[in-house]
Design a protein around this ligand. Structure first.
Ligand SMILES: *[C@@H]1O[C@H](CO)[C@@H](O)[C@H](O)[C@H]1NC(C)=O
Ligand SMILES: *[C@@H]1O[C@H](CO)[C@@H](O)[C@H](O)[C@H]1NC(C)=O
Ligand SMILES: *[C@@H]1O[C@H](CO)[C@@H](O)[C@H](O)[C@H]1NC(C)=O
Ligand SMILES: *[C@@H]1O[C@H](CO)[C@@H](O)[C@H](O)[C@H]1NC(C)=O
Length: 359
């Protein structure tokens, strides 16, 4: 994505937001049920720009009983649905002739290991869904062609060096609900992921913000970790953590250990940010934010007062005279703090686009 092309339109972002990290497959009616003896038709491979591919057919019925290794994959297969089975291991023999496979769904099995040679057989793989398994580490030898990698709800506590190397086309990396700690995420872990748009590291055991997150990212989800500090200096002196993120629009840090001490006052003053979620932390004051922010979740912190004059991203008097200058904030959650009504008048005067405030 080139900076010159500008940001996605708000519409595209909201579509993205809706599509992101949904764990359940979309219930989509099949146009026609594939007969069990026939191969399902092979539709076009989804274009790269689409955030979520459309399911080509209905899911096949689950294979009953516990066969532990998937037997083999016929030539010309593009989509391979193996979710909700009892597969415990994936070996290369199954894929000897499967060079055309684009999409493999192995979600909700019992896989504890994916043999490295498997991926040598499937060099055109675009989507690998392996959430809900028993993997202890990110598989090695993943193809550089990958666009989506879903590894949520495993037991991953290790990312081998170079696991994501050369994956410049990866747009989505989902590592939600694993056992990753700070030492598992080196400065270079995500280095090659130049096209990454969505990174989900929520529900791990991080204490620090991950280093080396690619700067094209749009969504960064870090809820339910133990993060207590957003460093002011990461790479060199005087750089805010988020300073070089040119498209960042969605940041979630709900349910961490953030207090005022660990949150530099202006760290969230990011002009591309649309949605900021900081609920269930220990903040005593409201961090400053940009006039473009549309949604702010600060519920269940320790906030005792709001000063609308300080908080207002622009000069209140300018805001009064020109509607277009008014901050874009539409939704604000402040419940579960130590605030007493009424909402201060300067808050209402500054944030004139507010549709909903939960106080
Ligand atoms: C792979 O293809 C070769 C040649 O078409 C064939 O002989 C062989 O049986 C195939 N193997 C599998 C596992 O399908
Ligand atoms: C990445 O995507 C581009 C454009 O679709 C394609 O030309 C290129 O071969 C892909 N890279 C890899 C490693 O597959
Ligand atoms: C916030 O960022 C804007 C640029 O987007 C800048 O003009 C403004 O001074 C910043 N506010 C603070 C309090 O640093
Ligand atoms: C809000 O902050 C401004 C500037 O620091 C101060 O002059 C004003 O008295 C404060 N308002 C309240 C209600 O505390």
């Amino acid at each position: 994505m080139k900076a010159g092309a500008g940001l996605f339109s708000a519409l595209a972002l909201f579509l993205l937001m809706g599509a992101v990290f949904t764990e359940k497959p979309r219930p989509k009616k099949p146009t026609r049920r594939p007969a069990t003896t026939r191969k399902p038709s092979v539709p076009r491979v989804p274009a790269r720009a689409q955030p979520e591919p459309v399911e080509p057919t209905d899911f096949p019925p689950p294979i009953l009983g516990p066969p532990s290794i998937f037997p083999d994959c016929p030539r010309e297969t593009h989509y391979l649905y193996l979710q909700n089975n009892y597969i415990s291991e994936v070996t290369p023999d199954a894929f000897v002739n499967a060079t055309d496979v684009r999409w493999i769904n192995l979600a909700n099995n019992r896989i504890h290991r994916i043999n490295k040679q498997v991926f040598e057989k499937i060099p055109s793989l675009l989507y690998l869904y392996a959430q809900g398994n028993q993997l202890k580490e990110v598989p090695s030898g993943l193809p550089a062609s990958l666009e989506q990698l879903r590894l949520a709800r495993n037991r991953i506590s290790k990312i081998p060096p170079g696991a994501f190397s050369k994956m410049a086309n990866l747009t989505l990396l989902d590592l939600y609900h694993n056992q990753l700690s700070d030492s598992d995420l080196g400065k270079n872990t995500f280095k090659d992921l130049k096209g990454l748009m969505q990174l989900n590291l929520a529900r791990n055991i991080l204490k620090k913000m991950p280093a080396g997150v690619p700067h094209n990212i749009i969504q960064l989800f870090l809820d339910r970790n133990n993060i207590d500090d957003i460093p002011k200096q990461v790479y060199s002196a005087q750089l805010d953590y988020f300073r070089d993120f040119i498209h960042l629009a969605f940041v979630r840090l709900n349910r961490n250990q953030l207090s005022d001490r660990g949150v530099p006052k202006t760290v969230f003053n990011i002009s591309t940010l649309l949605d900021l979620q900081l609920s269930h932390n220990q903040l005593a004051s409201i961090p400053l934010f940009n006039g473009h922010l549309e949604q702010l979740h600060l519920n269940h912190n320790s906030i005792e007062s709001i000063n609308g004059t300080v908080l207002c991203p622009i000069n209140l008097h300018e805001s009064l005279s020109d509607e277009n200058l008014a901050p874009k904030l539409r939704y604000l959650r402040l419940d579960g703090n130590h605030l007493n009504p009424p909402i201060p008048l300067d808050v209402i005067m500054c944030f004139r686009h507010l549709r909903s405030i939960v106080f």
